[in-house]
Design a protein around this ligand. Sequence first.
Ligand code: FHN
Length: 442
Amino acid sequence: MKRLILSALALLSLMSAWAQDAYVPSESNLAAREKFEDNRFGVFIHWGIYSMFAQGEWYLQEGGLNAAEYAKAAGGFYPASFDAREWVKAIKASGARYICFTSRHHDGFSMFDTAVSDYDMIDSTPFKRDIIAELAQACREEGIALNFYYSLADWTREDYPVGKTGHNTGRKGNAQDYDSYFSFMKAQLAELLTKYGDIGAIWFDGFWDHDSDPVPFDWRLPELYSHIHSINPACLIGNNHHRAVFPGEDFQMFERDLPGGSGWSKGREISNLPLEMCQTMNGMWGYKIADQNYMSSGELVRLLVRAVSKGSNLLINVGPQPDGNLPQAAVARLAEMGEWMNVNGESVYGCGAAGVPEKDWGVATAKDDKVYLHVFDVPENGIISVPLSELAGVFGQKPRWKKIKAELLGGAAVKPEVRDGNLVVTLGQLSPSADHVVRLSF
Ligand code: FHN
């Protein structure tokens, strides 16, 4: 019997591997990947009824709360100041070109009008406005792409097979049924992909809830992924499983770490799919009242540039307040990033790694036949240098160095020289900036 079960399991996993290997991205998907990479900079938004408690998005779990008591927050969720246009304008002003919004987090509350649950904005709150419909409309008007975060894990539904989190929420646990939960997710994803216009990507999270099960849990991802691609072949799929990519995915994500970094992505294989690092401006993703420890706009600019220098996007998170406003600290940082992007955006959009390893003074990005040197810290003598060999990837082995031009974006031309196998640029006195960008071209 045991042998029979094992063979059936082996057959199932073979079939599932086959289904995943069979994924061939459509032309529209490949074009969407390119657009996603060109955009380079997005804003993540974690917003839900958890914002009411102002303790971050994990409060149901971390506070050891009962889900039925927690759900009462929905009855008071009336974010009177919510104005999707204002949000999107503030985000666009930063230079970000896309938004990824939490349609449903691990607490199971849907921020949109869903027909398959009453635990949503329309049926459970006095606000009765479809946040996502308003956000989608504002994004369309402002030309900002919209992606959806969607949690695979759920701490409240009885049909969700309980994983390593969400044990104390008061679930009876006697009706766990992945078929039922899977159909629910498919129905919600179909709603998200058909009711709100063109959606750029689905950003899955929560896979890790079952990563230490004694018998590997089958999320039926190939089926879920092909469900999405059959509705919209161009929709990109990413999954925050903290592993190497699975076939069927269209981009790879890295949480709180750069690809190849020494933190959460340590040792993880980097795919040749588009890459995206996500990070939050302060400590928590969802609004947390005590968490005012925001990165400065200079640090955020440098993080964005570092991500691009590794061939990755940056998705930077903001946790809106329960009243519907974005925290002022976040708005100020978005505006300051925008000031920098207005001058230096060409060294970010459509750019990638330059093949120049990180230097004491900063990093480099490249696009077509241009290299951008990002000077975070101007050396005391005002001079930076790059070995010519490191520029060969962009300029070729034997360029006519005499003809190379160096210009400070938003500033004057600076004189490059070739000395001892290095390209040397004298910057001189510069006014303070998070990142002075020197464009090299012929
Ligand atoms: O548990 C979530 C967390 O709340 C947040 O959504 C982040 C965003 O990357 N992802 C999960 C942890 O891996």
